[in-house]
Design a protein around this ligand. Structure first.
Ligand SMILES: [Zn+2]
Length: 458
């Protein structure tokens, strides 16, 4: 695994976001999945430990702070014991594991299984804590934030995670836009700012008590809580990954403690069509990166401490899961840094054996440390450490940028082919292997071979 020399990061609170079931770094498990969310875990229990051991090593080598794990504890991948192994190994490498902690949905502290801190188990045993949907029906996967029993359980659940596991914090969500409509939760509206979006009010009802229960840990652990929206202050529709806050300033921003991180979804704020990579080749901050109605040049989040989560590329984006997103990663880091955001989050599910993702991970490492850098800088300072030299790193990114921009010349194509052929003559296990893999991929895609199974072993 790469061990890159890195300075102090400009975007220190940057993480990889993952679901356990589709984080595939160990490649021969029959239960691998590469789609969906909130799926069953179908792999062997020990694969869970091995997948995250490898991802942890990647983080440590690239200078990434930590990993969010949704589905952190499940009976089906070894229960508490295997989750302890995942957290402890990462802690030993200086990498923070942040379990996904669903407050009123998404499983609670113990994502799946018959355990007191599993949300469905708790709600089944405590009818007072049942969530009612808009039609007045019980939602068995949700909880009512007004229930006193629930509030007690919520605080104990989040504390239990820190008592039990060597974790670096928790990533807090509450169930996308789900809201409880029971009598108490409806009455709570009277105490709330009029016109504030319902889902933000409901977030505040559980995020507040959860954060209060770990108040003494705010300074040493990370507690990014998800808004599910971007921070563009205007109206929008209820949908996932949207840019809008649907108000001018959500009331919860002034209610939740300001010393913890707010996680904004920037997927809908960054340019929907990323700039061709050549736009950044010699310019680390081109005007075109700021010409964006969903993220005006001077727009900053309303929260004091923020991170930005980009869901692209992933299984949920139109471009698909196995593609490079280097331009988007560069833009997200640049725009976040300029907006005073402390970190960027991208997916960490696909193995770095996939070259487009290897490039994503390396670009992420580069631009969270140097968000203002050009792609040429990325080639020299980061790829130069993976390939043979700074010059070779620069040659690679120049051709890669023109491939991305669809502006390759015959000379570029020939150069990529020549490098791949030369390396093929002398590659051996443990010698020039990464180098050859990178150039082999580039030579193939530059020369029109894009069928993913042919140009990448995964
Ligand atoms: Zn309720």
């Amino acid at each position: 695994m790469w061990q890159l020399s890195r300075p102090k990061p400009a975007l220190p609170n940057s993480y990889f976001w993952t679901w356990d079931h589709s984080t595939n770094w160990m490649l021969d498990d029959p239960g691998m999945l590469n789609n969906g969310c909130a799926n069953q875990y179908l792999k062997r229990p020990d694969t869970y430990v091995e997948d995250y051991r490898r991802l942890t090593d990647l983080c440590a080598g690239l200078g990434i702070r930590g990993i969010f794990i949704w589905g952190f504890i499940r009976d089906s991948h070894g229960g508490i014991e295997n989750s302890k192994k995942v957290a402890s190994y990462a802690a030993s490498k200086g990498v923070r594991i942040l379990p996904g902690f669903g407050t009123t949905c998404y499983g609670g502290a113990y994502y799946e299984g018959d355990h007191p801190y599993n949300l469905e188990t708790f709600v089944k045993n405590h009818p007072d804590a049942r969530m009612l949907n808009e039609d007045g029906n019980i939602e068995p996967r949700g909880a009512c934030a007004s229930s006193p029993e629930y509030q007690d359980w919520l605080g104990k659940s989040i504390r239990w995670l820190f008592d039990e596991f060597e974790i670096g914090g928790v990533n807090i969500e509450n169930g996308d836009f789900w809201v409880c409509h029971d009598r108490r939760c409806n009455k709570h509206k009277e105490t709330w700012r009029e016109g504030d979006p319902e889902f933000f009010r409901y977030q505040a009802m559980s995020y507040g008590p959860a954060l209060e229960a770990v108040k003494d840990l705010h300074a040493t652990k990370d507690f990014p809580w998800a808004t599910y929206t971007g921070f563009l202050p205007t109206k929008g529709t209820h949908d996932n990954c949207i840019p809008y806050m649907q108000c001018e300033r959500p009331a919860l921003v002034d209610v939740l403690p300001e010393d913890v991180l707010c996680q904004w979804t920037i997927t809908g704020m960054v340019l929907q069509q990323s700039l061709p990579l050549t736009a950044y080749l010699d310019d680390g901050a081109p005007d075109a990166a700021f010409d964006n109605p969903n993220w005006p040049r001077d727009l900053k989040p309303p929260t004091k401490r923020s991170i930005g989560f980009a869901h692209r590329p992933s299984q949920w984006s139109a471009q698909g899961r196995y593609v490079d997103g280097v331009s988007l990663i560069k833009e997200a880091c640049l725009r976040s840094h300029r907006a005073g955001i402390e970190g960027v989050v991208i997916h960490g599910e696909v193995t770095s054996r996939n070259i487009p993702w290897a490039l994503n991970y390396l670009a992420f490492s580069h631009f969270i440390h140097w968000p203002e850098d050009t792609i040429r800088d990325f080639g020299r300072k980061t790829l130069g450490q993976v390939l043979h030299s700074e010059d070779e790193g620069e040659r690679f990114v120049e051709i890669f940028a023109h491939f991305d921009a669809k502006s390759l010349t015959d000379a570029h194509k020939d150069e990529a082919r020549k490098m791949a052929d030369e390396l093929w003559q002398r590659v051996s296990a443990g010698h020039d292997l990464d180098r050859w893999r990178f150039w082999h991929w580039l030579s193939n895609v530059a020369n029109g071979r894009t069928e993913p199974q042919t140009i990448s072993e995964f």
